[in-house]
Structures are given as structure tokens and as C-alpha cells.
Design a protein around this ligand. Sequence first.
Ligand SMILES: [Zn+2]
Length: 442
Amino acid sequence: MLTAVLLAVPGLATAQTVIEPPETKYSIEEDVAIGEEAAEQVRQQLPAFENDAVEYYVTRLGERLVEAIPSEFMHPEFAYTFEVVDEDGINAFALPGGPMFLHRGMLEAALTEGGIAGVMAHEISHVALRHGTAQATRGEKFQWGALAGTIAGAVIGGTAGRAVMEGTSFGLGAFFLKYGREFEKQADLLGARVMASAGYDPRELATMFELIEQQNRSGAPEWLSSHPNPGNRSEYIAVEAELLTIDDPVTDTREFERIQASLNGEAVPITAEGAVSGTRPERPDTDTQYYEVAGVYAVDVPKNWIELPGAEAITFSPEDGHIRTRNQSSFSHGVQIGMAERAGGNLAQVHAAFSESLTAGNPQMQATGGAAQQYLAGRRAYLTIFTNFSEATGWQETVMISTTILPDGRLLYLIAVSPEDEYADYAQTFGELTRSVRLLPK
Ligand SMILES: [Zn+2]
């Protein structure tokens, strides 16, 4: 009824719709444990879409949205994570406590970054409002049948046992995903608020849902069955949007365009101008940020560099200092650190073999001299400096490769890259970063 009044009197100063999270008899810790367990099930059942650039993109977008959750719905115990599954359907779902799964098809179908943000903000809102376990709370009252099997086991195990028992079937995971109209509307309204504070127009949420409804009519109905339209969805979102101010609007969505192009299998240069004129990122900060990687080592990285996780290696690079395509990411400025199994051999042999594996993939890469001894992670290491012509950027670049052997026998490598004409600005950063790598205590 409130919506009708607001529509009739658009100029009326009024308050946003009050959102009252539904009751749940589960603890915050149970939300987290149930969600983690269900997420494990999901990972076993749905194929992961393994693309670092895409995962990195949705993670950054998701984190931006999570930061915009109003403080009253912020649960510091929750860990919001964002994974992409290799499914065509336009769908996404989130589990109690924060694990979110996005279908590749949803990312491909979105017309704007705001559309993806809308779906994610809606899902984040279900999590923040604890709709999953609230639904289960109601389910126990009204749908004993659905939960009986798992609840029975719960009596024995206390909190953890109960959580584990309840999360042990993907069927139950799916149970959490089907929401009623009341919860849907709440997730829309909170989602609209989250979007606005994260810099997106909440109406894009409505637009995306309309798109999903159109597409799902002809194809996969998953989204609609788990997120039914409570009725007048677009209208009440538009009304709520009128009451919201979009903070610091997001205008640069080049990353979205890159990601969509990469999903279509195109290689996309970092600049709009074309592959031969790469962007010159800003100089590395002297202030550093601490990272721990895989429980093995720590490293201090310039504050204005970002982390690009990968399967074997992690890359630290400034914004605009990397290029991503469907199958690989490459970087023009920054440092990649990775670990690899080695077949055997001493450090000199391992270093030579590793360097050769890189020159094989980069035919224009040539060593400028022999291998020098240095230290990496407090261990004896070899360092070779190469020069390379990068076809992607059109630059002559300097590449430093350093390798050492870890106590567990694996190879630890560090590759630093900058354009040759910027090397003077990067050499010191590379040196400091290399010296900062240290092994974590076991
Ligand atoms: Zn929903």
C-alpha cells in the first residue's frame, strides 16, 4: 500500500521501506557452518568455471557490494565468497553465511555491470537477512517432512553436528534457495539499497530481473523458481530507487566489457585504442600491503597493486597493468610469484629449465646475461634478466626471473615485468618486493 501512495505523490519526502529480518532459530555460527557445508556440496556437483580474470572480476564487484551492506545487516562472521560455475542458465545463488555461485550464463547475458551487480546485491541481501535459515526455521514448523531426516541427526551432535547434518545433502542446499515472495521483496529492497551505496542505479536490478524473466520463459526456469517475482517487482524497486541516492556512481565499466568479451573468447587489449598502445599505469606506491600466500610465504606489495589469483601463481599488478583473455592472463607491469613441482635437479638446472619454459612460450625473449646468485625467501636463488618484445602491448620489456627451491622440494619462482623504458621506475620496487618474500613458519 505504501508503494501506491509513493507513486501518487512522487515529490513527498518519505522514509525508505523498513526491512525487518525474519526470525531464525539458528545462530550466526550455524548460518556459516551450514553454508560452508552446502557450498562444498555445490562444488562437487557443479563444474567450476576456471577463469581467473572472471573470478577476480566478480570477487571485486562482490566485495564492493558487501562493503555497502547497511551496518545493521552486517555480520562480521559471514564470509562472502564469489565463485563462477560453468553453466549456461541465467542464474546465481548464495548460501547462508555468504558463499555465492554465479552461472557463467548470467555473466554473459547481463547487458550492463549494474545488471550483474543487481543479481549479486539481491543474493547478498538474502544472506545478510539470513533468509536461508529463516526459511529452514519456518520449514521445520510447516514442512517437517522436508527436514526430518536431517533434523533427527542434529539432536546428537550439538551445533556443529546439527549444521553438518543439515548441510549434508545438496537437496537441502537447494531447499535454502527457494524463497517466498516476502523474502524476495526484502532482498529486492535491501539489494536496491546496497546497489545505490555501491554506486549502481537500483533500477538496473529490476531491468536485469525483467531480462531473466524473458529469457527464462524460453529456457532455464531456475532463477524464477528460486526467486519468484513477488508481483510489481519493477514498480516497487523504482519507488525505492527514488528514495535512494547513488553514492559515487560507477562510470568506468571497461572491466565488464573486457570480461564479457573474454567470455566470448576474444582477446581484449587493456586499452580501447588497440593492442599496440597499452596503458601506462601509475607508478608503484612506496607504501606496501602485506599478503600471505597459500600458507607458504608472505610478501609486501605496493599498495596500488592488485592481486590476480591464479591456479599456480599469483600476480600482483597495477590496475591497467594486465591483460586478460579467456584462457590466460598476462601482465605488462608487475610481479608474478608461483610454486611448481620440479622433476629433480639442482638449483642451477631448475632455474635454467624454468627460464627455458618461458622463453619457449615467448619467442622474442632473450637473456641479457648469465644467471646471477641472489636470495629469495631467505634461500639461495638464481636471477636472470631478459629482454622481450611484447606483441600485446607493442613494448620492449624487461623481464626478471628468480627461482629458488623450497624446503619441501618445490620450485618457488618470481617473475617481474615492466616496459624497458619504465624499468628505472620499477627496478627498486622489484628489488624490495623480492627481498620482502619470506617463508611463513610451519
Ligand atoms: Zn531472491
